[in-house]
Write a protein that binds this ligand. Structure first.
Ligand code: NAD
Length: 450
């Protein structure tokens, strides 16, 4: 069986790879298991040194990796460059973080009680196609830093950057067997990792549907699981907000990466008093978004990942859009920026579109905004736009979501925790929090009685 890798902007085949099956997956797990005792024995500072070397190699190969992501995902080169920059920063962060997460000593009667953070063992990392290298690094950084060995399964549509990263890891001096990449189908390779008795944990990012099956599959061996799943986040705009600024930012919050972003603020909630003015400004800002060849520096939005995904995205546009942009002629899985008016009960407001379609929903007051924003099974990200600081914090505390920004679209930073509430998953990536997901706490009591 083979995996055909396609450039979604040109529909050209850019690679044909052997697709791994259960045997190859088992072999990768066996290699990771064999490498574990020596890797966990490397001192944290030395693991940090190797990660720092990997970060430097990513910097040295910055343009090459950015072009791989641009060609394979169809993402604009400027965005790809930013993402690869973050990958290097993530490895630098965990290189420095690894010896700063300490155990404790706890006062108890008759002796000394201490805690240690132990690595889990072989960890299966399963990642999606929308941010292939970025999301891999969010998991690899803390997992490698804490002494685990890895089997990384990229999405079959976008395996190229992970394969290149594994080569760079070897070049950095990370020992053979510590980081293994297996390219193949989720239903075969992914599922085998989930079921494999020698895999201690699955770090999964992907859809809520597959996340559910990962959680079920992991139950048989009581595997640890971290799930970073889908979202249906709200961009809440109050009438007292700087409407120009909010409207200029809103398209990037939902059309970035062609809407294929778990953090997409695809429900734009606007206070009724400002609805007409904001809508006018939003259409203006959306119209000026540069859609086209991802290789051009000025491009802001590229195509969708595949033809079948384009069909799924199109099925969400059930009414005449308020606004729909242009797309390039010819080859490529293009889909225009689309704004629709909706209620929170409509399909477009309830389900993750994962494409450039935003639903505009009016609200009456603060309580109504909170009610609508929380009326979703998801809880990943969101934004609040207001000039009233007390209101901003009140609403931020009331929203059931893991990652919020006030007067900004920003969701992700290397040093701050990222993850979801409700059916957007559990566990946190990035920052010091991610280290907890790749270690077990061991408690040791030492009697000092004679
Ligand atoms: P997906 O769930 O289809 O696939 C994700 C990964 O799981 C892929 O590598 C796939 O091969 C693998 N997989 C598929 N079936 C499997 C199975 N039965 N067992 C184990 N692994 C299996 O998701 P996708 O289409 O690649 O990505 C889009 C989804 O990812 C969206 O829902 C998006 O919101 C979500 N996502 C979430 C985050 C986050 O951090 N919360 C970030 C990016 C994407």
């Amino acid at each position: 069986m083979t995996v055909t890798v396609i450039n979604p902007a040109t529909e050209e085949t850019i690679a044909t790879l052997e697709s791994a099956g259960v045997d190859e997956t088992d072999a990768a797990v066996a290699r990771a298991k064999a490498a574990f005792p020596a890797w966990r024995a490397v001192s944290p500072a030395d693991r940090g040194r190797l990660l720092r070397r990997l970060a430097t190699l990513v910097e040295e190969h910055h343009e090459e990796l950015s072009r791989i992501e641009c060609d394979n995902v169809g993402k604009p080169i400027s965005g790809a460059r930013g993402e690869v920059g973050m990958v290097a920063d993530v490895f630098h962060f965990y290189a420095g973080a690894v010896d700063k997460r300490h155990g404790e000593t706890i006062p108890v009667a008759g002796g000394i009680d201490m805690t240690f953070r132990e690595p889990l063992g072989v960890v299966g990392l399963i990642v999606p196609w929308n941010f292939p290298l970025n999301i891999s690094s969010w998991k690899l950084g803390p997992a490698l830093a804490t002494g685990n060995t890895i089997v990384l399964k990229p999405a079959e549509l976008t395996p190229l950057s992970a394969m290149r990263l594994a080569e760079l890891a070897l070049e950095a001096g990370i020992p053979e067997g510590v980081l293994n990449v297996v390219v193949g189908k989720g239903s075969i390779v992914g599922q085998r990792l989930v079921e494999h008795p020698d895999v201690a944990k699955i770090g999964f990012t992907g859809s809520t549907e597959v996340g559910r099956s990962v959680m079920e599959g992991a139950a048989a061996t009581i595997k640890r699981v971290t799930l970073e799943l889908g979202g249906k986040s709200a961009n809440v705009v109050f009438a007292d907000a700087d409407l120009e600024k909010a409207a200029a930012a809103a398209p990037y919050a939902v059309f970035d990466n062609a809407g294929q972003d778990c953090c997409a603020r695809s429900r734009i909630l606007v206070e009724r008093a400002a609805y007409d003015r904001f809508t006018e400004l939003l259409i203006q800002a959306t119209r000026s978004l540069k859609v086209g060849d991802p290789k051009r520096d000025e491009t802001e939005m590229g195509p969708l990942i595949s033809q079948s995904h384009r069909e799924t995205v199109a099925s969400f546009v059930e009414t005449t859009p308020l606004f729909q942009g242009d797309t390039p002629e010819g080859k490529g899985y293009w889909f225009p920026c689309t704004l629709v008016e909706a209620t929170n009960d409509d399909k477009v407001a309830r389900e993750e579109v994962f494409g450039p379609v935003a639903a505009l929903i009016p609200f009456d007051d603060e309580a109504d905004a909170i009610r609508i924003a929380n009326d979703t099974p998801y809880g990943l990200s969101g934004s609040i736009w207001t000039t009233d600081g007390a209101r901003a914090l009140r609403v931020a505390r009331a929203l059931d979501t893991g990652v919020l920004s006030i007067n900004s679209n920003s969701s992700v930073r290397v040093s701050t925790p990222f993850g979801g509430f409700k059916q957007s998953g559990f566990g946190r990536e990035l920052g010091m929090h991610a280290l907890d997901g790749y270690t077990e706490v061991k408690n040791v009591y030492y009697s000092t009685e004679g």
